[in-house]
Write a protein that binds this ligand. Sequence first.
Ligand code: IMP
Length: 406
Amino acid sequence: MRHPIVVGLQYGDEGKGKITDTLARQADFVIRFNGGNNAGHTLWLEGKKLVTHSVPSGVLSSHAVNFIGAGCVLDPVAFTKELEELVAAGVDLGPERLKIDFRVHLIFPLHRNLDKAREGSATAQQSIGTTLRGIGPTYSTKMDRIGVRAGDLLEPDVEERVEKLVRHANFTLKGLGLPETELKENLEVLALAKSLISKHVSREFAPFYKSRATKKCVLEGAQGILLDLDHGSYPFVTSSNTLGAYAAVGTPFPLGGLGPVVGVAKAYLTRVGNGPFPTELKNETGERIRQNGGEFGATTGRARRTGWLNLDELRAGVQIADVSTIVLTKSDVLCGEKEVFALLDGELKRFEGWPSLTEGSALHPNFETFVAFIEKAMGIPVCAIGTGPDRTDVYWRHKDYNFWPT
Ligand code: IMP
């Protein structure tokens, strides 16, 4: 059996959480492979909105084991808060239901300070518009081979290693003429991590190797592939690899068991932070889409930039990520627009708007034309269409799509 990898096909915020949650209902494991609490996945539980950042989107499926893979980074403070919020909503994630790979790198206050310092000292054109969660600096200290991992928490020299990280950060902060990060604050986070994270730490990988033929898994990517560190619009990217291929590196899951790649794309486009956006709408239509789509960051609350769907970028993404099928989300936000556009081969194509997504049991003819155009341009099927925020709001265009092919 091969196991689906869910990736965003744009700049994040495509609605991956919902489809992962839908697949998680049938799955035994949901495994996240990249990013940290820069992500924000919105899930709806009996009409109540839940936003998760670090934990995989299988948390609402009571039998699924959620696994945070080695390609991720984890902020102990944000993680603790997230678990508390989930417990308050009735979702209790004990160590049996939530496991953290011992190789996950931990985010300390010093990383957030470095993120702020770099963004703050950049000119308006140079600044990336990061989420300021310390993601980039944590991946940097990982690459520098001085990071502290979840599995190091119970090592006798872990305090010294945090001290070393603090000295490293202060060298940069001092150089920029900025206030230093305090050792005490970083050690407090270490103490919190020791008491709360270490019980979730897992050194196992055999379960995935052994059970991949019988247990269903979902590999969950964060952000979108246009923000991929290597393949995205560098430098306006995140600091991890968001392509599905990274699931083979960022988790203990064996390569041969991976695929199909399920790409999630919005019917229009949004981007938070800086970077190119050729179809951006800096007008009333853009504002209407922002308001109707609730396009404000789930993590930072920032207003997202909005624009028309860019099929040229989408096609490049579908090809490089070897996407098998698309889940199209948020088309309902465009209901009532007189006309809708999409960029293909450098030209904006015009579509008649749709008053509703469906007409009887079929798609509204104008919307059907739009969806069929996307399928033709991408050369792959749109298997499902999100029709609203709730997890039941899905129109299955290919009801029998097999997410776990043999
Ligand atoms: P960082 O990941 O915080 O370093 O931010 C780098 C870029 O990725 C910025 O443009 C962020 O707005 C963007 N970004 C990071 N995570 C997400 C996400 O989950 N959704 C949308 N954009 C994101």
